[in-house]
Ligand binder design. Structure first.
Ligand code: SF4
Length: 296
């Protein structure tokens, strides 16, 4: 039996920065699964996998990759799992992988708000140290239209709670999510929200809808939704970078497969450098990644 014999329940997603991590599927699917732009787990019914199954996989992987330093707990929101169960699992992971530096997972604002402060402290102390939260937008109208299941105030409260309890926080927002109608408020409110949170990492993705969710997404925008052009997206990106005033240094990236170009830096220090690059891209749209190769 080898690591290759582990049968993942596909589709399987992880943040780009977890490319070299061992992925353990603690849950299958997303406990919410209603965001209208997201097709990731539409084919799955949310469930928690048995601890025995997961421990068996940990045994197997730890034999073949004993030097593992990073473990990502999949699928969509492993933080939804009851704290005692998650701690049992994390303890087993840290027992089996002696070189471990990071355990991370996706988390929704409501997962974080549901956990007591003492539970978050326990999870962090036992080794869960990084959380990925999809903010998507800071504008409440846009959040409602995309059925995010969280308001901007919930997002701020939950993300601050994570940081206050010692987690490294990586947040995602989506350029173009409000279409042309909401573009201005989407960016100004998103910049306000991410400034208030000041996560350690911030990623700006581009809206991409696959066929599974396209009509559902459009139906929530009663007025017609107008897609942003690549130049509009660059405008949004520039405004976000310029309006973002974090309270700490934030590693900023717009280098996802969905983005028009791979951009990154440390904010606020690199504001002007990023602005110059965005201006250059506006002047030379031929430098942009072709639409056909962009994916969410
Ligand atoms: S965006 Fe996140 S919370 Fe929303 S449905 Fe997709 S996985 Fe679930």
């Amino acid at each position: 039996m080898s690591v290759e014999d582990i049968i993942y329940d596909y589709p399987l997603y992880r943040p780009p920065s977890e490319a070299n991590s061992v992925i353990l599927q603690v849950t299958l699917g997303c406990s919410f699964n209603h965001c209208s732009f997201c097709s990731m787990y539409r084919t799955k019914i949310y469930q928690e996998r048995s601890l025995d199954e997961i421990k068996y996989e940990i045994d197997l992987i730890s034999k073949h990759q004993p030097l593992t330093e990073k473990v990502f707990l999949a699928d969509g929101d492993a933080l939804n799992v009851k704290t005692e169960r998650l701690i049992e699992l994390i303890d087993y992971v840290t027992f089996k992988f002696k070189n471990l530096k990071r355990i991370s997972c996706y988390a929704m604002p409501r997962n974080l708000l549901q956990k007591k402060a003492s539970e978050l402290d326990m999870l962090r102390d036992r080794g869960l140290n990084m959380l990925y939260v999809g903010i998507e937008s800071g504008n409440d109208v846009v959040l409602q239209k995309v059925t995010k299941g969280a308001s901007s105030s919930m997002i701020i409260e939950s993300c601050k709670k994570a940081i206050d309890h010692g987690f490294k926080l990586s947040c995602m927002v989506i350029l173009g999510l409000g279409g042309k109608t909401y573009s201005d408020v989407h960016i100004s409110d998103t910049a306000k929200v991410v400034s208030q949170i000041s996560p350690h990492y911030l990623a700006a993705l581009n809206l991409y809808l696959d066929g599974t969710v396209h009509s559902e997404f459009m139906s929530k925008f009663k007025e017609s939704f107008s897609w942003l052009t690549d130049l509009d997206i660059l405008d949004e990106l520039e405004r976000l970078v310029m309006l973002f005033n974090p309270a700490r240094e934030v590693i900023f990236r717009a280098n996802h497969a969905s983005n028009v170009y791979s951009i990154g830096g440390t904010l606020p220090a690199d504001k002007l450098k990023l602005q110059r690059l965005i201006h250059e891209l506006k002047r030379h749209p031929e430098m942009l990644r072709p639409k056909i190769v962009r994916r969410f």
